[in-house]
Design a protein around this ligand. Structure first.
Ligand SMILES: Nc1ncnc2c1ncn2[C@@H]1O[C@H](COP(=O)(O)OP(=O)(O)OP(=O)(O)O)[C@@H](O)[C@H]1O
Ligand SMILES: [Mg+2]
Length: 378
């Protein structure tokens, strides 16, 4: 093939040929294809490689010509184990194969290789065209879809189970209640304590199942105009009433009275706040301060919950929103997963800043409809 395109086009014009009839046109077509196209002879010598070969090998196609295919493309000393070129030479038929190559970073590359024979007048295969296509992205997407489908099916199954378990569980609680309350029952102190354990654990199980169902079958937010300061106050009042927390934790409120009204589901947002605030309290077993602030910033209302607790190691951060990830003895690991679900359904975000031994700040950001923005203060 000529490697002086301008000359070739000139001579083509002189001969009355259109560009589409020139050698350069053919070259441009082959170079325009993203798949690697190479032609090899019976001894695996590269006769031709298109431009895509450069992306693959970081070498110019011309440098690869004359080299063994396995050497130039795969740095091997003999033909590749997945190679089917010799079959195409023998059988004279096109073939397809998919293979996986390990990458230095531990990931995998998925490739599809097709080979086609080029025969001479006698019908003998002289060369083979090899076309390799990188299908890694496609494969990864397919795998993700399959994984999501599998997870969705398992989630549905688990949600069904959780729902079914709740009925017998409530019968257990009722029976335990009846047993401990029934007058004249021959039941001693110790048995009464055991019954309390049954009741407490059954209630805990029920709470886990409720959390799980909230996570697996989230209900659509029922939007209404809400002042988030009110939701914050109600949640913190509830937390303060809880004797287990107010003993050692100081709760501070820094609420901006001028924040605009947002369209949210107040019950769901209360649940999010409670989950995040509870985490803050649980992170300060030796006591500390939980500061909850509201503000309006860039068209969003922010609710910040900051604690002075143990903090989250950086390596943990990517996992804290995953369902069932918990570092607590009695944690289910659904608090933040539910919070994330709910805030996403509100088209908002939760941002986390944390430093080990210093504390954690979680910021819930919820969008405000442009019409309900406050008037700029003069
Ligand atoms: N404020 C915080 N300070 C330190 N660690 C936190 C904080 N918030 C969350 N975490 C970490 O993230 C994990 C997941 O939190 P999440 O609320 O989802 O579950 P949990 O609190 O362990 O259990 P659950 O909320 O279901 O009772 C926690 O176990 C904890 O390790
Ligand atoms: Mg929690």
């Amino acid at each position: 093939m000529s490697h002086h395109p301008e000359l070739a086009v000139l001579s083509a014009k002189g001969a009355g040929m259109s560009f589409a009839q020139t050698e350069e046109f053919l070259q441009a077509v082959l170079d325009g294809i993203q798949d690697v196209i190479k032609i090899v002879d019976e001894n695996y010598n590269v006769i031709y490689a298109n431009r895509a070969a450069k992306t693959e090998t970081r070498r110019y196609p011309m440098e690869l010509v004359g080299e063994k295919c396995f050497r130039g493309f795969y740095q091997r000393d003999e033909s590749c184990p997945f190679c089917q070129t010799s079959h195409t030479f023998e059988k004279g038929k096109p073939m397809n194969v998919s293979y996986t190559l390990p990458l230095p970073n531990g990931q995998k590359r998925h490739v599809e290789l097709s080979t086609f024979p080029i025969k001479n007048k006698e019908g003998k295969v002289e060369y083979v065209i090899e076309i390799t296509r990188d299908v890694t992205r496609q494969k990864t997407l397919e795998e993700q879809v399959r994984k999501h489908e599998r997870l969705a099916a398992i989630g549905e199954l688990a949600a069904g189970m959780a729902h079914e378990i709740r009925n017998p569980l409530s019968s257990i609680v009722t029976a335990a209640n009846l047993l401990s309350a029934e007058a004249g029952m021959p039941i001693d102190e110790e048995q009464l304590l055991l019954l309390e354990v049954v009741k407490k654990e059954a209630q805990r199980l029920n709470a886990i199942l409720t959390d799980f169902l909230n996570y697996a079958r989230p209900r659509e937010p029922q939007l209404s105009p809400v002042n988030l300061n009110e939701v914050v106050n109600e949640t913190l009042d509830m937390l303060e009433r809880d004797r287990a927390t107010n003993g050692h934790v100081t709760i501070q409120r820094r609420l901006d009275e001028t924040i605009p009204i947002v369209e949210v589901d107040p019950d769901q947002i209360k649940q999010v706040l409670l989950n995040i605030a509870m985490n803050g309290v649980e992170a300060m077993p030796q006591g500390g301060t939980l500061t909850v602030a509201t503000m309006f910033c860039n068209g969003r209302v922010h609710v910040q919950v900051a604690d002075t607790g143990v903090g989250i190691p950086e390596s943990e951060l990517p996992r804290i929103f995953q369902p069932f990830h918990s570092t607590k003895k009695n944690g289910t690991g659904l608090g933040l997963a539910i919070a994330h679900h709910i805030i996403s359904a509100h088209k908002g975000e939760i941002l986390v800043e944390s430093q080990e031994g210093v504390g954690t700040k979680m910021t819930i950001q919820l969008p405000v409809k442009p019409t309900s923005r406050p008037k700029p203060t003069p």
